[in-house]
Design a protein around this ligand. Structure first.
Ligand SMILES: [Zn+2]
Length: 168
């Protein structure tokens, strides 16, 4: 664990750290449950099936299209497009396999600027070429389960008036 992870954990557990262990666990579960519900509500607001960070990355990549390259599109019958860049480099974008010979698309699982140029030229929807792992459908799988509250019996607790641990 690095310091950021520890600091995050401390911030997350701030008010729970002084609690007896059963209350610490219950408090932690409640916080996770609240976070799940928050994420579920946020997912319902997403347009285009991707989150705001992915939207930003797509917009950023789209900004690169046309600024650093000129391209000539070749055959589209195989789903492959050959691109000639201004520096005489040739690249191959394959929309059906979701690959580009620059390898950026395969690495990030988001269309690179070359793929975006092809997608834009063919008037296709860029969100159809974003990996499923970035889509709301993947988030829905992560957050589909509910966090259930726990009940306690005769366990210790902190008295709100005295801040003393009682019971147990
Ligand atoms: Zn590329």
């Amino acid at each position: 664990m690095n310091n950021n992870a520890i600091e995050s954990w401390n911030k997350w557990m701030l008010f729970l750290r002084c609690m007896p262990i059963p209350w610490l666990v219950i408090g932690h579960i409640q916080k996770i449950g609240q976070k799940f519900e928050k994420r579920k509500k946020e997912m319902q607001l997403l347009k285009n099936g991707v989150g705001s960070k992915i939207e930003g990355k797509l917009r950023e990549t789209l900004g690169l299209v046309g600024s650093a390259m000129e391209m000539t599109l070749f055959s589209s019958t195989t789903g492959e497009y050959g691109l000639q860049l201004t520096n005489n480099r040739r690249l191959v974008v394959n929309l059906s396999r979701r690959t580009c010979s620059c390898r950026w698309w395969q690495l990030r699982r988001l269309p690179c600027a070359h793929a975006m140029a092809v997608i834009e030229r063919e008037k296709l929807r860029v969100y159809d070429y974003v990996s499923d792992c970035y889509k709301v459908s993947a988030q829905a799988i992560v957050y589909m389960n509910a966090i259930h509250p726990l009940e306690t019996h005769d366990s210790t607790h902190v008295d709100q008036g005295t801040d003393q641990v009682v019971g147990g």
